[in-house]
Write a new protein. Structure first.
Length: 269
């Protein structure tokens, strides 16, 4: 046997995604995997800003089994079996909200919590008797890319920008696939991760779909995001060219376009 002690990597031991899973939950829910999944769902739906709130004011977590696996450390199959058991025994409710369109089958989950106090038989030790259960004081942890883009409630501006692009693409005579989750995610990332404003994205949507070359290539929001830095560079060159040839009454507006693109170019570089 080697004398070398491998141990647990320090970044895993001190990561900010710590979850407090209670022994009483493991016992009641039927196993550690079920307790992990239940705890994570409960944490998400009780967040200060829940992932999704329906018209009745009920909070939900829309998540794939890969999302569940990413956030609990389980495999996708383990998370699937655990959540199925929780649903079958009435500890979790699942539904479909179709946030990404009619073809989106992502399940939304919420926990079921009874208001019955913890009694002696339920408590793993005497100190827990009749004491309200406090929740883990978990920070706002960094979450998986899949979760981050899937569960955030789609804003009105994201929907509007996606619909605008689809309308302009159709006006150019091109077919548009379903405008749903994939489009919304890409638009959301342009704003939230890439740092572009709604005005900047809308300007680029209109410019790219009116440009002779790019109008044949930009037919979806994912493509717009992928090519955004190239679009900025091309649009700046186009603006500079038009500034040299534009009549005096149009010069100011062309200069303004260049100024806007300078702002976006800094983010795109």
């Amino acid at each position: 046997m080697s004398d070398e002690i491998t141990g647990v990597p320090i970044d895993e031991a001190t990561a900010a995604d710590f979850m407090m899973v209670r022994a009483a939950l493991v016992k009641r829910l039927g196993g550690a995997n079920e307790a992990l999944v239940w705890t994570r769902i409960d944490y998400r739906v009780r967040a200060k800003t829940p992932p999704y709130v329906d018209d009745d004011g009920t909070s939900w977590w829309p998540a794939t089994r890969e999302d569940l696996a990413d956030e609990t450390g389980l495999s996708p199959d383990q998370s699937k079996r655990a959540v199925q058991s929780l649903i079958e025994h009435g500890f979790v409710i699942a539904t479909e909200h179709r946030l990404g369109g009619n073809y989106d089958r992502t399940k939304s989950y919420r926990t079921v919590v009874s208001d019955r106090p913890l009694d002696w038989a339920d408590s793993p030790n005497e100190t827990g008797r009749n004491r309200p259960q406090d929740r883990a004081d978990s920070p706002n942890v960094p979450i998986s890319q899949t979760y981050r883009k899937t569960v955030e409630k789609t804003s009105d501006e994201v929907v509007r920008l996606c619909e605008l692009l689809a309308e302009l693409v159709r006006a150019n005579g091109h077919k548009v696939d379903t405008v749903g989750k994939t489009w919304h995610q890409s638009c959301d990332r342009l704003m939230r991760l890439d740092g572009y404003s709604v005005e900047q994205i809308e300007w680029m949507v209109r410019w790219s779909t009116s440009d002779e070359f790019w109008s044949a290539n930009i037919r979806s929001m994912p493509t717009l995001r992928e090519k955004f830095s190239q679009l900025v560079a091309h649009a700046k060159r186009d603006a500079a060219k038009r500034q040299r040839t534009a009549p005096a009454e149009r010069a100011a507006s062309v200069v303004d376009i260049g100024r806007r693109l300078d702002q976006t170019a800094g983010r795109a570089s």
